[in-house]
Design a binder for this molecule. Structure first.
Ligand code: FE2
Length: 371
């Protein structure tokens, strides 16, 4: 660790996830999709009716998860440049902090690129203090200090006027488990250094292409964490016989960006049953996967028939097991997708499933002519 990194690091001030904001072409439609398909509740709206002239935002909540979807209302809006370049995508990975100014100053002093100098948003409920620095691609990290704000989410957002609640079976997503970024070929080391040396995160795990590869494509991945609930794997493409799925993402998204959001549940059988009933489409492992996994892990006391019927993947590590399943991309460009995960002690990311998962992704890649 460098001498600079020995001073108070931003990570020490990050207390958890605040929210994830998507910049999209049609916020109303994306909000409706996330509510109807994924069981989120639209809890607040900001737009011209609430005094925000140039954009429309919907806040969606489920458990402790907060997602905001925002679209621009004028052609001059920077949101449209982002959407033109990337399609719909996650623009802001926002963290709760104990001091937005001190966190920003610590990050910038250590080499972070400033995006939003510390600023305040006020209303009758108090003052919300914010700042932001850049991370990979056009993505940023906003630091959100809610200590002196008793209002709801952010000034400008109101509970009035949100669409009627969607109906459907309860999904039961509880929190953000991890958020994965895809970065440029050859730059994984730089981005890991950014999170370690600038942000003060630590490395949790590293996988290389010998652990994550199929016959056709490969990737390298390093997981960084602030040690207080924020966990962010970073992927870069590695050479394979064909185009890495990470390279397909980067080509399609036109640069690095958020690959997937993993949401935790305490009951994945209920969650996946409900999501399937709501029409969510998942990547499918083949029958061979379930023959193999039941042979390897059949000693685990799990509802195997239900898991197989619902297509839920199972992984096991010395510290426990995990159950997971990945959706198809949720945007028109094949970029960002969602993972549903239930942890039974395992702290990993489903390494044992990566090969099965990637073969499934590659079947979709081949259908798009990108393999
Ligand atoms: Fe994941």
């Amino acid at each position: 660790m460098t001498a600079r990194a020995a001073a108070t690091a931003p990570a020490a001030r990050l207390t958890g996830w605040d929210s994830i904001e998507f910049w999209v072409g049609n916020a109303r439609a994306m909000a409706g999709f996330l509510a109807n398909s994924f069981g989120f509740t639209i809890t607040a709206y900001a737009g011209p009716e609430t005094g925000v002239a140039d954009k429309a935002s919907y806040l969606l909540e489920q458990g402790d998860i907060r997602v905001v979807v925002t679209s621009g209302l004028t052609p001059e809006s920077p949101i449209w440049n982002h959407v033109r370049e990337h399609g719909d995508g996650a623009h802001d990975l926002a963290f709760l902090v104990d001091d937005a100014t001190a966190t920003f100053e610590a990050a910038v002093a250590r080499g972070a690129h400033p995006v939003d100098e510390p600023y305040e948003r006020r209303d009758e409920h108090g003052v919300l203090r914010l700042s932001a620095v850049a991370t990979y691609g056009d993505t940023k990290h906003t630091f959100v200090d809610r200590r002196d704000y008793a209002g709801y989410y952010c000034p400008g957002f109101q509970r009035d006027g949100v669409p009627e609640p969607a109906t459907g079976p309860m999904v039961g997503l509880t929190r953000i488990d991890h958020v994965v970024g895809n970065v440029e070929d050859g730059r994984l080391g730089e981005w890991v250094a950014f999170y370690e040396e600038v942000m003060g995160f630590t490395q949790l795990r590293h996988f290389d292409e010998s652990q994550i590869s199929t016959e056709f494509s490969a990737l390298r991945s390093t997981v960084v964490t602030n040690g207080r609930g924020i966990v962010m794997p970073l992927n870069e493409p590695a050479d394979g016989k064909r185009k890495s799925q990470i390279q397909e993402y980067i080509d399609t998204y036109r640069g690095p960006g958020v690959q997937h959001l993993a949401f935790r549940t305490d009951d994945i059988v209920q969650a996946i049953s409900s999501l399937r009933a709501r029409g969510v489409r998942f990547l499918a492992a083949n029958d061979e996967y379930f023959r193999d996994v039941r042979e390897r892990l059949g000693f685990l006391d799990l509802p195997w028939d239900q898991l197989q019927r619902l297509g839920i993947l199972v992984d096991h590590e010395p510290d426990g097991h995990l159950l997971q399943l990945f959706t198809e991309p949720i945007t028109d460009r094949p970029t960002v997708f969602i993972e549903i995960i239930q942890r039974g002690g395992a702290r990993g990311f489903g390494e044992g499933n990566f090969k099965a998962l990637f073969e499934s992704i590659e079947r979709e890649q081949a259908r798009r002519g990108n393999l």
